[in-house]
Design a protein around this ligand. Structure first.
Ligand code: SAM
Ligand code: SF4
Length: 476
C-alpha cells in the first residue's frame, strides 16, 4: 500500500543561495518528552558518505537516536532503522547513493518494517528529491542538513507508518548540547562553525549547508576541555573555511584567537580543517608557530595554480599570494607538512593553465593532495561554463598530477627516515594484525610492531623506511 506523507516540505536551491542577513539563533537542543523511548528495543545503523562535516553530523544523529532508546548495530540486516547520510560534492558520490538505495530495497523486502532514511547534502537539491520520490518509494524518511535535530519527530511519523520529507532551504542556526556518540575513543571532531559564504563557482556546499555561522568561543573551549578531561588525545576543529571563524560574531575574536586559547588546554593534539588561502593570515601563522598541541600540518586547498582559472573559480587569491603565504609559514613553522586539494579540468582549463598547477605543486612540494576531476553541480555557476575537454583528456590530467603529487608525498615521507617521531596509536593495522598503526604530529600514517595496550597512547617510534602511503617504524 502507498504510504501517506506526515510532513512534505521540499528544498529550493534558489532560496538556499540567498543570504538574507537574518541573525543566527543559538538553540539549546532538548528532545521533547513525547519522543523519549520510541527507540526502546530497536536498532539503528547510519552509513556516512563524504566529508568530516557529515561524520560529525552522524555522531550527533547517533547521539539523538541513542537518547531515544535505539541501539547501534553494525550489519544492515540487524537494523530496524538504516540512515544514509549523503554527500553532493561530486556526481560519483551521488551515483553511489542511488546504487545503495537500489541494493537496500532487497533487505526491505525481507524486513517490511525496516525504516529507511536518507539525509545530508544531496537532499538539499530539488532534482535529487524528485528522483528519490520517483525511483525509490521504499525510502520512508528524507531530511536535509538543517534539520537533523528533528529526527525524533520524523521517526515517530515513520513508526506510525507514514513518510516524512522535510528539507529546509535556509541560512541555518546553531544547536548546542546535541548528544554526540563519537566513533573514536581518543580522537574527536569539534565543529567550530557551520556553512559557507565563499560561493566558489564549482561548489554546491554554500547551497547545501547555509551561511557561515560560528559557534561562541566559550562553547568550543568548553567542549575541547571536556574532551581533554575524558582522556581524548586529539581534536580536529571543523569548518568549511575555519580561517573565517568569528567574522560573523562581531566580538573581535578570530580563528587565531581560538587557536591561542586552545593551545592552553591540556589536550595533546589540535588539528583543523579546512583552511582557505584568502583568509589564512599572519595571525594564524603566528598561532601555529606556538607549537605545543597545535600540530605542524596544514591542509590548504589551492584548487589550481593558474590565476585566470582561480578567478573563474571565485577563489579570490593568486598563485603568487598562495606561494608567499606558504613560504612565510615554512619559515615560522620549520618542517611543517602542507597538503592540499586540486581540481583538474575546470571548465575552459587549457593545457598551459594545467601546467601552471604542475608548477605550483613544484613550488610548494605538497606532501599529499586530494585531487579531483571537475564535476558539474546543477545550480552552481560553473555548471554552465563550456568544457570542451574529452573524458580521456580529463583523466590524463589527473594521472599526470597524481604522479607528481605522489613523488612529493614520498619525498615528504623520506625526510623522516632515521628520525624518532611521536605517534598517537590508533589501533591495529588493517593489513597486518601484528602491527599497530597511528599518525605522527605531521599527520603521516605509520605502522610498527607493538603491544595492543599502547592503543590510545602517544609513543615514540623510530622511522625505519618511508613509502608513498605510509612510514614503517620501530617502537623506541
Ligand atoms: N571548504 C573546503 C575548501 O574550500 O577547500 C572543502 C570543500 S569540499 C568538501 C572538498 C573539496 O572538494 C574542495 O576543496 C574541492 O577541491 C573539491 N570539490 C568541490 N566541488 C567540486 C566539484 N564540483 N568538482 C570537483 N571537485 C570539487
Ligand atoms: Fe565550497 Fe569554496 Fe566553500 Fe570550500 S570555500 S566549501 S570549496 S564554496
Amino acid at each position: 500500500m502507498k504510504k501517506e506523507y506526515g510532513i512534505n516540505n521540499k528544498p529550493d536551491l534558489n532560496l538556499a543561495r540567498k543570504r538574507l542577513g537574518r541573525e543566527t539563533k543559538i538553540i539549546d537542543f532538548k528532545i521533547d518528552d513525547v519522543y523519549l523511548g520510541i527507540g526502546d528495543g530497536k536498532t539503528y545503523l547510519i552509513k556516512t558518505y563524504g566529508c568530516q562535516g557529515n561524520l560529525s553530523d552522524s555522531g550527533k544523529m547517533s547521539g539523538i537516536l541513542e537518547a531515544l532508546g535505539f541501539t547501534r548495530v553494525e550489519e544492515e540486516i540487524d537494523a530496524d532503522f538504516i540512515l544514509f547520510n549523503t554527500c553532493a560534492i561530486r556526481e560519483n558520490a551521488e551515483n553511489r547513493i542511488f546504487g545503495e538505495l537500489g541494493r537496500i530495497k532487497k533487505i526491505k523486502k525481507q524486513k517490511p518494517d525496516l525504516i529507511i532514511g536518507i539525509c545530508g547534502c544531496m537532499m538539499q537539491e530539488e532534482a535529487t528529491i524528485e528522483k528519490i520520490q520517483k525511483k525509490c518509494p521504499h525510502v520512508d524518511v528524507i531530511f536535509g542538513t538543517h534539520n537533523i535535530v528533528k529526527l525524533p519527530e520524523y521517526l515517530s511519523i515513520a513508526l506510525n507508518n507514514k513518510k516524512s520529507l522535510e528539507v529546509m532551504s535556509i541560512e541555518g542556526d546553531i544547536y548546542e548540547n546535541v548528544p554526540n556518540v563519537r566513533d573514536h575513543p581518543y580522537k574527536a571532531w569539534v565543529d567550530i562553525m557551520y556553512g559557507c559564504d565563499e560561493f566558489c563557482t564549482y561548489c554546491i556546499v554554500p547551497y547545501t549547508r547555509g551561511k557561515e555561522r560560528s559557534r561562541m568561543p566559550k562553547d568550543i573551549i568548553n567542549e575541547v576541555q571536556q574532551l581533554a578531561d575524558l582522556g581524548y588525545k586529539e581534536v580536529t576543529l571543523l569548518g568549511q573555511n575555519v580561517d573565517a571563524y568569528g567574522k560573523d560574531l562581531n566580538i573581535n575574536y578570530t580563528f587565531s584567537d581560538l587557536l591561542v586559547d586552545l593551545n592552553k588546554i591540556n589536550i595533546p593534539r589540535i588539528r583543523f580543517t579546512t583552511s582557505h588561502p584568502r583568509d589564512f593570515d599572519d595571525t594564524t601563522i603566528a598561532a601555529m608557530a606556538l607549537g605545543g598541541n597545535i600540530m605542524p600540518h596544514l591542509h590548504l586547498p589551492v584548487q589550481s595554480g593558474n590565476d585566470e582559472v582561480l578567478k573563474r573559480m571565485n577563489r579570490k587569491y593568486t598563485s603568487g599570494e598562495y606561494i608567499e603565504k606558504m613560504n612565510k609559514l615554512k619559515e615560522s613553522v620549520p618542517g611543517i607538512s602542507i597538503t592540499t586539494d586540486i581540481i583538474v579540468a575546470f571548465p575552459g582549463e587549457t593545457e598551459e593553465q594545467f601546467q601552471d598547477t604542475m608548477k605550483l605543486v613544484d613550488a610548494i612540494e605538497f606532501e599529499g593532495a586530494f585531487t579531483f576531476i571537475y564535476s558539474p553541480r546543477i545550480g552552481t555557476p560553473a555548471a554552465k561554463y563550456p568544457n570542451p575537454l574529452t573524458e580521456d583528456e580529463k583523466k590524463q590530467r589527473l594521472l599526470t598530477l597524481n604522479k607528481k603529487i605522489n613523488e612529493y608525498t614520498l619525498k615528504g615521507n623520506k625526510r623522516f627516515e632515521g628520525e624518532i617521531v611521536e605517534v598517537l596509536v590508533d589501533g591495529i593495522s588493517k593489513t597486518d594484525a601484528d602491527m599497530l598503526t597511528g599518525y605522527t604530529r605531521h599527520n603521516k600514517l605509520i605502522n610498527f610492531k607493538g603491544p595492543k595496550e599502547l592503543i590510545g597512547q602517544i609513543v615514540s617510534v623510530k622511522v625505519k623506511r618511508s613509502f608513498t602511503w605510509h612510514l614503517l617504524g620501530e617502537l623506541e
